[in-house]
Design a protein around this ligand. Structure first.
Ligand code: SF4
Length: 270
């Protein structure tokens, strides 16, 4: 990506932000303190430095995310509003199963998990504060669903179901654009991105305990970088769940503990 192209994208995003701010009285910027939302937060603050910042606190963010949020809150003097999950992650696991691995007799653990930890709490805050414009760092490259949504709605639109306007200023940016912008404006980044990453695993912020990416090396990533969190996940049911899936039976606790300590790690590959 050459500088010229990034320059054009920055100008386009800035114009969109400026114009949409003119049309609304009560905007908010969503920030997960990941690389993308940091770019949008930085850009929006060029026009409205005291804009409220909504942090969707799932209570299961990486420790680096909480540290970084606290740091940036002080350094940029942010006016942060935090959501609280409607149910805890562990309640979801107990009632529906792990995200992606729905328990028998239940419907869709992942969908319910995202609803209780993200969608409902965000909707509640938007209603409570009557925000009429919601900026996000959403990117079309992140998933097929986001690509579809980008094609269908564009980067500034009214959500009939959620009853507010949404603006995704960097929807068309690549990951490289995002990092180039960080370098250009010396924007600090979340420590999650500095962790060691197993082959094929994409470093992302968000819920540390999400089991959706375990096929791509998530358990290995956790074991390498956050061993105590990894142990929690293994001993709170995921360990035995993987054992059952791989060898067709569950095992008693002492044997599980032996497998947790054994190397190479049985749980790294799923
Ligand atoms: S990303 Fe994963 S852990 Fe987080 S809310 Fe969604 S399904 Fe749950």
């Amino acid at each position: 990506m050459n500088n010229n192209s990034l320059d054009k994208k920055i100008k386009k995003a800035a114009a969109l932000i400026k114009n949409s701010l003119k049309k609304h009285e009560n905007p908010v910027v969503a920030c997960s303190f990941g690389k993308d939302s940091m770019v949008v937060l930085h850009m929006v603050r060029q026009f409205e430095s005291d804009i409220p910042v909504m942090f969707n606190n799932t209570l299961v963010e990486y420790p680096d995310t909480y540290r970084f949020k606290n740091l940036m809150s002080k350094e940029w003097n942010l006016n942060i509003i935090e959501t609280k999950p409607s149910k805890t992650f562990w309640w979801i696991v107990e009632n529906y199963g792990f995200p992606l691995f729905t328990r028998k007799g239940h419907k869709d653990a992942s969908k319910n998990c995202c609803r209780y930890l993200k969608e409902y709490p965000i909707a509640k805050i938007l209603r409570k504060y009557k925000f009429d414009l919601y900026f996000t760092g959403l990117s079309r490259h992140e998933s097929r669903l986001r690509e579809f949504s980008a094609k269908r709605y564009g980067n500034y639109f009214y959500s009939k179901t959620q009853k507010h306007w949404k603006c995704h200023p960097i929807q068309d940016w690549t990951e490289e654009d995002v990092w180039n912008y960080h370098n250009l404006y010396h924007i600090p980044h979340n420590g999650v991105y500095d962790k060691k990453s197993p082959d094929g695993f994409i470093l992302r912020t968000g819920c540390w305990c999400c089991t959706i990416p375990i096929k791509y090396g998530k358990t290995k990533f956790l074991r390498m970088n956050y061993p105590s969190l990894w142990r929690i996940l293994m001993t709170k049911g995921l360990g035995n769940f993987i054992v059952e899936k791989k060898i067709g039976m569950s095992i008693p606790e002492p044997q599980l503990e032996h497998m947790i300590q054994n190397r190479p790690c049985f749980f790294d590959k799923y």
